[in-house]
Design a protein around this ligand. Structure first.
Ligand code: SAH
Ligand code: SF4
Ligand code: F3S
Length: 433
């Protein structure tokens, strides 16, 4: 039986890497007659692309499966699960969710053509990655396109599940990436974001050892009006070559996402991070000294096992010392296979953890407002992304959201905006002609 004209719905949880994987999954399925839909109720095939970074993320995946399990009682429906929870749990999921048809891991996406033709329930979760193949990619509409350059992680931070769910670092060949960038630009996207769990490790596993900086320069040299971003950076892997490249390029945006995780040296050591507070500060300083108006963002964890109140306060003071512009935050969540999850006797009390997270979030708000205020009275280049409630919305090169009025702006334009007000999460202004 052919699968012509069937509808597939993907619910994507987690990070940008998952968003990018979903675009590839939809692309592969399009070769087999599956058309994407945004309405799960009309789908013949529902897939949840999952995240396992915290227990809460994992639980979201299971509740989605529960909803679809009920739907399946009313009509024929194929249900699949992929992503980091699928990689982590594998075949156990088929036992736990009797209505589940397909489990495939983060490294099995290119095996899908084989898997979808099976009539029995199936689990494909391997440690050896299935080689990338040429298929359509159905990108999310908009101005930004995700472009994965390296997958996996070799760092094994003691709290983190990613090395277990994404495997070891694997870089894509530069020619493949550059070709994909060219296609993205042909399709009219105005922004390319290079993705990786650690983009700075790019190329270390390839024969000619191409660097992230090299890749950025090659993409920067492509024809057209567009922006380039990259994420995520590991503090001590940021090279002088990278900083120089961002400084000297026209299209690479002035943003570094450099998760610090904790402001305390003792906690950083227990987290198995390869830097201390002083080194982190030196890197931030070097970037700020070289790149004007740069935005530096971070990730922090509150309540890591054994973190004392004083150590938590060192995290708060790191915000001030390094003038961080923004940070993602999370309460520590024990994850399967990770060393920190075994330190049960050192877990921080749940209420204390919640309280620390709330304090941390207040700090982020304070820093974000402070950072935004720097730009009041300035003229900034904005990429116009949408028009809502009578106002245009876009982002500056350094990733500030701007709401503005204009008689001339069109979605997809680069327009100069005079900034006249700042709030915690965005800037306001008026567009220049
Ligand atoms: N590769 C990036 C981060 C990837 S995971 C880096 O090394 O910085 C995204 C963020 O999730 C991490 O930066 C961390 O802050 C958070 N995170 C990871 N594991 C976590 C856990 N077990 N509990 C709470 N937050 C966690
Ligand atoms: Fe996780 Fe650490 Fe790897 Fe980031 S560097 S993905 S936090 S193990
Ligand atoms: Fe989550 Fe996996 Fe990304 S655990 S953050 S979806 S790499």
């Amino acid at each position: 039986m052919s699968d012509t004209d069937k509808k597939v719905y993907i619910e994507t949880l987690g990070c940008q890497m998952n968003k990018s994987d979903s675009e590839r999954i939809l692309g592969i399925l399009s070769h087999f007659g599956y058309i994407p839909t945004n309405d799960e109720n009309e789908a013949d095939f529902c897939i949840v692309n999952t995240c396992s970074i915290r227990q809460l993320s994992e639980d979201k995946a299971y509740s989605k499966l529960g909803v679809w399990g009920k739907m399946k009682k009313e009509k024929p429906l194929k249900i699949g699960i992929c992503g980091c929870v699928a990689q982590q749990e594998g075949g156990k999921l088929l036992k736990r969710f009797p209505y589940l048809d397909l489990v495939f891991g983060t490294q099995n996406i290119y095996e899908l053509p084989k898997l979808i033709n099976f009539n029995s329930r199936i689990c494909a979760v391997r440690d050896i990655p299935v080689k990338e193949d040429i298929f359509n990619i159905i990108r999310t509409k908009g101005l930004n396109a995700w472009l994965p350059i390296i997958e996996g992680c070799n760092n094994f931070c003691s709290y983190c599940v990613v090395p277990y769910t994404r495997g070891r670092e694997r870089s894509r060949e530069p020619e493949v990436i550059i070709n994909e960038a060219k296609n993205i630009l042909k399709q009219g996207f105005r922004e390319i974001t290079l993705l990786g769990q650690n983009v700075d490790s790019y190329g270390k596993d390839l024969v000619n050892k191409p660097t992230l900086a090299y890749l950025l320069r090659e993409i920067d040299a492509l024809e057209g009006d567009f922006r380039i971003r990259f994420t995520t950076s590991y503090p001590t892997d940021i090279t002088d070559e990278l900083i120089e490249t961002v400084k000297n390029s026209k299209k690479i945006c002035e943003c570094f996402h450099i998760p610090m995780q904790s402001g305390s040296d003792r906690v950083l050591k227990a987290m198995n991070r390869r830097y201390d507070r002083k080194t982190y500060g030196e890197i931030v300083k070097k970037i700020r000294d070289n790149i004007e108006d740069v935005t530096i963002t971070s990730d922090f964890i509150a309540g890591f096992p054994s973190e004392t109140r004083e150590e938590f306060e060192m995290t708060l003071s790191a915000f001030d010392e390094f003038q961080l512009d923004y940070s993602n935050t999370a309460a520590y969540s024990p994850r399967p296979k990770t060393p920190a999850a075994k330190w049960v006797d050192k877990f921080v009390d749940e209420n204390e953890k919640k309280e620390r997270l709330a304090v941390l979030n207040e700090k982020v708000k304070e820093m974000s407002l402070k950072s935004n205020k720097k730009y009041v009275g300035r003229e900034m280049e904005v990429l116009v992304e949408s028009f809502k409630n009578g106002k245009f919305e876009g982002r500056t090169r350094n990733n500030k959201v701007v709401h503005f009025d204009s008689d001339y702006a069109k979605i997809g334009d680069f327009i100069n905006v005079e900034i006249n007000r700042a709030s915690t999460w965005c800037l306001f202004g008026s567009g220049k002609k």
